[in-house]
Design a protein around this ligand. Structure first.
Ligand SMILES: [Zn+2]
Length: 358
């Protein structure tokens, strides 16, 4: 969810204080990070073998000096400001590197290239976490399109077969608050978490409760994710839990039904509960899951594509195979945007039940 402000207004006005206090929590987190580093460096320096003084000692002392001056800047209220242009360095860059003293624009050529290499690597790792394309799992035929707005994406999608071989498949599409590497790291965290939790044989509501609790405990306040988690059985029954995400669309022969939120986003309140909606998908019918980069795409002349835009495209392309249906829906969004570059990560997944005799 690349735009946390619009996310907050979508959820409920009473969540605004969470947003407002997030900045303070990030400050505390960064201070803790720096203090931990200082302690670790001091220990490393104290334990350095005497025969390895020289270069090692100089390097560690240099790092300690950097950490100390970051803490001093924090105390003086000048932390997080670019040395060159005096603009805000940005929270996400500081989370990735609490010692940063320059904004992205004012890094040296070499530093920028190093950062680009890191990003490329992060993007490769992220692509490796995606499910296979044009996947067939039992009765289900699944295809997705994953389009990061930048090099990495804060969108999450996965398909996990139940380990106990009961024929059910877990399908997830979600969106992490924020952008860039910090969001991509949270996305990989979701990926690992759901893959671990799926092995526990929990019902869908409990699975979401556990996922939310683990997410709350392992991220700092202000980090959250919205997602749809669907469990599809071989007989066409699909259970859906929706943690504050956009609706899942059930695209049947004569209608497109929206299945809205059944609980709060993951990572907001550790005690959140999730109800589950069950739908029946007939052979040839599809579920369509997507992120807000799709529904919030804007036309050059203004105006938003909207959930209704997605819903009407899904209805028009309902007779296509998943790969073609996903492609046609994406083409529709791109055409709406007049070919302008997407401002936001876009993910769209089609989960189709095999037609009779297919
Ligand atoms: Zn700058």
């Amino acid at each position: 969810m690349p735009n946390p402000d619009s996310a907050a207004t979508k959820i409920a006005p009473r969540l605004d204080p969470v947003q407002a206090s997030a900045a303070g929590v990030v400050d505390l987190y960064l201070r803790k990070q720096l203090e931990t580093r200082r302690e670790q460096l001091k220990t490393a320096i104290a334990e350095l073998p005497t025969d390895r003084g020289g270069a090692d000692a100089t390097q560690l002392a240099g790092m300690l000096h950097e950490v100390d001056s970051a803490i001093q800047r924090m105390n003086a209220g000048t932390y997080g400001i670019c040395d060159f242009c005096h603009e805000d360095i940005g929270e996400e860059r500081l989370i990735a590197d609490p010692l940063a003293t320059l904004c992205l624009e004012h890094l040296s050529g070499e530093e920028q290239r190093a950062l680009e290499r890191d990003l490329e690597l992060a993007a490769r790792i992220q692509r490796g976490l995606l499910p296979r394309e044009n996947l067939r799992v039992g009765e289900w035929h699944i295809h997705f399109r994953y389009r990061p707005a930048g090099i990495v994406s804060g969108d999450y999608c996965d398909v996990i077969s139940a380990p106990n071989d009961d024929g059910s498949t877990l399908i997830l599409v979600g969106d992490v608050a924020g952008k860039g590497v910090a969001a991509a790291m949270l996305m990989s965290h979701l990926h690992a978490m759901f893959r671990s939790l799926t092995g526990m044989g929990l019902d869908l509501g409990r699975l979401m409760e556990m996922a939310n609790r683990v997410f709350c405990e392992s991220t700092f306040a202000g980090q959250y994710a919205t997602l749809v988690c669907a469990r599809a059985d071989s007989d066409g029954r699909v259970e859906i839990a929706n943690a504050g995400h956009l609706p899942a669309l059930l695209v049947s022969q004569d209608s497109v039904q929206k299945i809205g939120s059944t609980g709060l986003p993951l990572g907001m309140f550790s005690g959140s509960r999730y109800s589950v909606e069950a739908v029946h998908v007939e052979p040839g019918e599809s579920l369509l899951l997507f992120t807000d980069g799709i529904s919030e795409a804007t036309a050059a002349a203004g105006g938003e594509y909207g959930v209704d835009g997605v819903s009407s495209a899904a209805g028009r392309h309902r007779h296509l195979q998943p790969r073609e249906m996903a492609a046609a829906c994406i083409e529709d969004v791109v055409a709406f945007g007049g070919g302008t570059r997407a401002a936001d990560d876009q993910t769209l997944m089609v989960v189709q039940r095999a037609a009779r005799g297919a």
